[in-house]
Design a protein around this ligand. Sequence first.
Ligand code: C5P
Length: 223
Amino acid sequence: MDAPVLAVDGPGGSGKGTVCRAVTEAMGWHLLDSGAIYRALAVAAGRRGLDVSDTAALVDLAHGLDVVFEPQPDGTIRVLVDGDDVSVQLRSEQTGDLASRVAAVPAARDALLARQRAFRKPPGLVADGRDMGTVVFPDATLKIFLTASAEERALRRHNQLKEQGVDVSLADLLDEIAVRDERDRNRAVAPLVPAADAEELDTTGLSVDAVVERVLKLLQKQL
Ligand code: C5P
């Protein structure tokens, strides 16, 4: 039998990243940060000056994407693209925006499918993304769809960036979140929608610990 998968989908800022890392640690499982793969593709495209509307070139690049995730002793993950450390650039708003445009190209998504599925290994996988439960792991053991109000998501992102020493206005972040949500929800392929069999969890006003506890309880019931 395939290793169990917890699929966690939802918009940016819904708390997915934090919750997925905590659940991964509690379970001793592997973690797939699928957004980081789209971000890595965006960085690789930018480095080559590639026009993302050039689908054939983008798909070629996706197939041959040279990305390495290196877990560090402090719990962070160093990301190398073409052998260069792009960890900081990967998290920028600009990269996030380009990633969401790259991710709207169906053939580029297809080209990254096998790479994502290869993360499924014993004892289990926590998969963080937008289409984990709908497209990448339709047979996931448990599917969670995390949401939070746009205001709360903008605030969380603001605090996160501030911790990293990045100063952006809250209003700008709220605008960017709205634009990216719209694009992710309305794209033709793998739009951001909950799987029919997903548990929806609104994290507005909930602490990380409370969400993690709830997810772990639901997961234990399925194992
Ligand atoms: O989650 P993160 O902000 O790192 O993702 C960057 C972008 O990659 C998202 O805005 C989304 O457009 C895209 N993405 C996706 N499918 C995934 C993960 C991310 O389309 N499974």
